[in-house]
Design a protein around this ligand. Structure first.
Ligand code: NAD
Length: 516
């Protein structure tokens, strides 16, 4: 599996670790020299207080660079800039706005290698997956660029006396708050539709992964986006994040992160009646019936929990396997999990890299003991790898019961919990028996069962005989504690825009005459 000769993946020429480290060093020089500043009203600025924090690499805990630690004052400046820029951006002809979004996509592609290498170093995600980050990010911009010209379209709902017309208008300046797991892709996914709708943006990226958010804001600036349309404020959730959710000029908050943070944001935004869109956590089931194509089910189950370090909201973190095939299926699973390659994220052969941060590493590894205490078996992994950086071995818990902590809580690491079931009814009850409802994966060759099961499964997105394959026009989002609202296709515009109704009298219909 060693690749002696360079090959293309995504937009990147993949070589080897040594070569990638040398290239990374070149890309990091500017961050080391200047740190990461905010971008407000088109200007690169330090935090108003002058405060900074360090961002570190999960690979070896080394400091990458200092980052501006924004607070309420910086958020206020950014919100004012977004407010001032809004009318002109809203009113710019759609074709011109479309051109700028396409230009952003092109510049993302041009900096694909820099984006991928910086993302891997900052987050610990493996290059084999991040090599496509720029392609995905650019695709998000192109997809919504195509929709700019129709975003305001409405309906004509004629009545006997009126011509009733609907139209959509952008809601105003919005706040976008993103997590650290795949920060580049998620930022583009949230910001592209906001700009396409005609909104202006204040982006607060996760404090653990600020590198690519800065690159992205620079790209937007370079693409000719007017000053103030896209503002970047770095900082911690409890100060910059909080201030953004409380700011009166920010009309809506698009948030991706943990369910408990979503709940805090809803409270913080209550006084200013914020519209919120939440993409939150998951404890997603992959349900394998004994009539399924078991080879494909095995590949998909492994891919959906051990890719992206398991730091993936849509990961299949609960395996529900029918007891008739469980013994063999789990045995094959253990063999494969033990062979997953843990290593340096910039090595193209690495399958699992380090977890983002010590805080998260401590959380994930705490479940190894919790699983044992609850009576589950650690059938693979369950330990740290090496003594530098936040590497953990791909882990499998077997013999789990549906109410165990490891079967209920989102672990957000390369950790799978296997639970056995005997009947379809039991599988459904277990699948629906958590507070979450983001995705579900069902493996069966019985068509009627697939229909019956997916109809009752509580999840925003379900795949049958497939891993998660995203198609941008489809709705993305969760039910229960996994989220509020949908992204993708036209659904994104429902959040970033307001419906407006205008009734035109067709003639002189009778108006009731009071006091006449
Ligand atoms: P997090 O909730 O800790 O942080 C996310 C963002 O919110 C960060 O930018 C953080 O600074 C900010 N924040 C924290 N407290 C805040 C507050 N009081 N007010 C405003 N902002 C605040 O999440 P995380 O640990 O960065 O990311 C992992 C979580 O994200 C997981 O639960 C995962 O499932 C979820 N996620 C969901 C999706 C989805 O589409 N459903 C996608 C990716 C990640």
């Amino acid at each position: 599996r060693h690749h002696p000769r360079p090959f293309e993946k995504g937009l990147i020429r993949m070589t080897d670790l040594t070569d990638n480290l040398a290239k990374l060093d070149g890309y990091l020089a500017r961050f080391r020299d200047h740190g990461i500043q905010n971008l407000i009203a088109g200007e690169t600025r330090p935090a108003a207080s002058g405060a900074v924090f360090d961002t570190t690499s999960p690979v070896d805990e080394s400091v990458i660079c200092p980052v501006a630690r924004g607070g309420a004052e910086d958020i206020d400046a950014a919100a004012q800039a977004a407010k001032a820029a809004f009318p002109a951006w809203r009113d710019m002809p759609a074709a011109e706005r479309k051109k700028i979004l396409i230009r952003i996509a092109e510049l993302i592609e041009a900096r694909a290698e820099e984006i991928a290498l910086c993302e891997c170093w900052d987050t610990g995600q493996a290059l084999r997956f991040m090599s496509k980050a720029a392609l995905r990010g650019a695709a998000n911009f192109r997809f919504f660029a195509d929709k700019v010209t129709s975003a305001r379209d409405g309906q004509n709902l004629r009545s006997p006396t009126l011509m009733n017309v609907t139209t959509r208008v952008p809601i105003g300046p919005v706040g976008v708050i993103t997590p650290w797991n795949t920060p580049f892709m998620l930022s583009t996914w949230k910001i592209a539709p906001a700009l396409a709708a005609g909104c202006t943006v204040v982006h607060k990226p996760a404090e653990f992964s600020p590198l690519t958010a800065r690159i992205l804001a620079e790209i937007a600036h370079e693409a000719g986006l007017p000053d103030g349309v896209w503002n970047l404020v770095n900082g911690f959730g409890e100060d910059a994040g909080r201030a953004l959710t409380e700011h009166p000029d920010i009309k809506a908050i698009a948030f991706v992160g943990e369910s408990k943070t979503g709940s805090m944001i809803m409270k913080q935004g209550a006084d200013t009646l914020k519209r919120v869109h939440f993409e939150l956590g998951g404890k997603n089931p992959v349900v394998v019936f004994d009539d399924a194509d078991l080879d494909r089910a095995l590949d998909a189950a492994i891919f959906m929990i051990y890719s992206l370090n398991g730091e993936r909201c849509t990961s299949s973190s609960r395996l529900l396997v029918q007891d008739t095939i469980a013994e063999e299926f789990e045995a094959r699973l253990i063999e494969r999990v033990n062979r997953i390659k843990v290593g340096h994220p910039l090595d193209p052969t690495t399958e699992v890299g380090p977890l983002i941060h010590k805080v998260h590493f401590d959380k994930v590894t705490s479940y190894f003991d919790i699983a044992k205490e609850d009576g589950a078996t650690v059938a693979a992994g369950g330990c740290r790898v090496g003594d530098q950086g936040w590497f953990v071995s791909p882990t499998l818990f077997t013999g789990a019961k549906p109410d165990m902590t490891v079967a209920q809580e989102e672990i957000f690491g390369p950790v799978l919990t296997s639970i056995r079931f005997s009947t379809e009814e039991e599988a459904l009850e277990i699948a629906n028996g958590t507070e979450y409802g983001l995705t579900g994966y069902v493996w069966t060759n019985d068509l009627t069962r697939a229909l019956r099961f997916t109809d009752k499964l509580e999840a925003g997105m379900i795949w049958v005989n497939s891993e998660n394959v995203r198609h941008l026009p489809t709705p993305f989002g969760g039910v229960k504690a996994s989220g509020i609202g949908r992204d993708g296709g036209d659904w994104s515009f429902e959040f970033y825009m307001e419906q407006k109704h205008i009734g035109f009298a067709l003639g002189q219909h009778k108006i009731p005459r009071l006091g006449a």
